[in-house]
Design a protein around this ligand. Sequence first.
Ligand SMILES: Cc1cc2nc3c(=O)[nH]c(=O)nc-3n(C[C@H](O)[C@H](O)[C@H](O)COP(=O)(O)OP(=O)(O)OC[C@H]3O[C@@H](n4cnc5c(N)ncnc54)[C@H](O)[C@@H]3O)c2cc1C
Length: 416
Amino acid sequence: MTEPMATQCCIAGGGPAGLMLGVLLARAGVRVRVLEKHKDFLRDFRGDTIHPSTMEVMAELGWLEEFLALPHEKVAELQAIFAGQRFRVADLSKLPVAAPFIAMMPQWDFLNFLARKGDCYSGFHVDMQTEAVDLVMENGTVRGLVVESPSGRQSIMADLVVAADGRGSVLRQKAGMQVEDEGAPMDVLWFRLAMEPGDPESSIGRIEPGHIFIKLNRGDYWQCAYVFAKGRIEAVRAAGLEAFRDKVSWLADIPLARAFAITSWEDVKLLNVKVDRLATWQRPGLLCIGDAAHAMSPIGGVGVNLAVQDAVATANLLWRPLKEGRLTDADLAAVERRRAWPTRMTQSMQLTIQKRMIAPSLAATDQAIKAPLPIRLMQRFPVLRRLPARLIGMGFRPEHVAKPIAAGDGSMAGRP
Ligand SMILES: Cc1cc2nc3c(=O)[nH]c(=O)nc-3n(C[C@H](O)[C@H](O)[C@H](O)COP(=O)(O)OP(=O)(O)OC[C@H]3O[C@@H](n4cnc5c(N)ncnc54)[C@H](O)[C@@H]3O)c2cc1C
């Protein structure tokens, strides 16, 4: 093992939560190392909906214009089809924010953007191909991480370790943290279909007996999600690719020939849907944020945005104690207090939708699925569409970047 390294904050995981936190702390003058086990940010399809809450953060940091110069699609309205009838369910265009729409952008573009921003600060380091494999413990306190990289095994000592290593978090497991599993009635298959001239432009969700299908406009292709009852993946695969293509052609309302873009099961990625959260997000010296603290249901596409909100709250509450070397357990508990409530509220909204709409739709056989009453009311009273827009777009407790971080306080290292 090579000599231990030391930093003020060591973050395991270069996803939305870890990178955003790293950049904000570095901007505040804290020395940070973000560890990412992969060699780049390119992965299979991941969460790629950037919501108004995240873009408000970008605006507060003065990055929004540059961010929106990256290729993206704007989605200002969400629609759903029940029994062949189209319903408008969320209108984001009236939100009083800098960017009143969802920006559909591949997650790697977002992560590369954050990493580039971080590079502006001398205290910011991303170690790629570096995997956190264990905690360094001392008298019950986390003092650092054991990491593996192409140059070998090493310890990184830190005043604070942040586990932002996603929903399969190794660190939360090593710390023996208790996970509360809320369950989910569905899993999702994700795949792409080419977009063709004449296709309607709007992203859409379609609810039919036994199936739910989502089609997101990604500019030159459709990102599609086929939602089916949990545990039935083997049955879906056993029915064969031809049966799957038939279903896709019907649900996506496209000629069967276009579904032949799915050439094998390799083109279709399984998302094992989970909804869980930690009973406690922190231990002395360790804090979990993002999916490592709470895996979200895909309903509303809020995972990335909640991870970013956790990062903003963490930076706001911890930058000063970290910088001044006086971080306490109470500071970590304050982050949990701030973010546990919006997490629980978002999850309980998702669980209600799972229970009232998704599970019955997936269990239905031949009866046409009727739109739930609140959705029917939204057609008559368009103003009601602003509520789901607010909850999806901004969340329950939107975070704002603390003024000294947003503005830079003069003592901060690097350029703004
Ligand atoms: C198929 C799919 C579709 C999704 N769709 C959406 C969507 O449309 N909208 C949305 O908002 N959310 C969506 N999500 C969820 C969203 O991607 C997550 O909620 C979000 O990325 C969480 O961010 P995070 O930073 O907490 O964790 P992650 O994004 O999981 O990032 C964790 C990072 O840590 C790295 N890592 C893991 N373990 C270690 C280790 N031991 N050492 C070092 N690095 C490690 C991983 O490689 C990864 O880069 C989707 C997820 C999936 C899988």
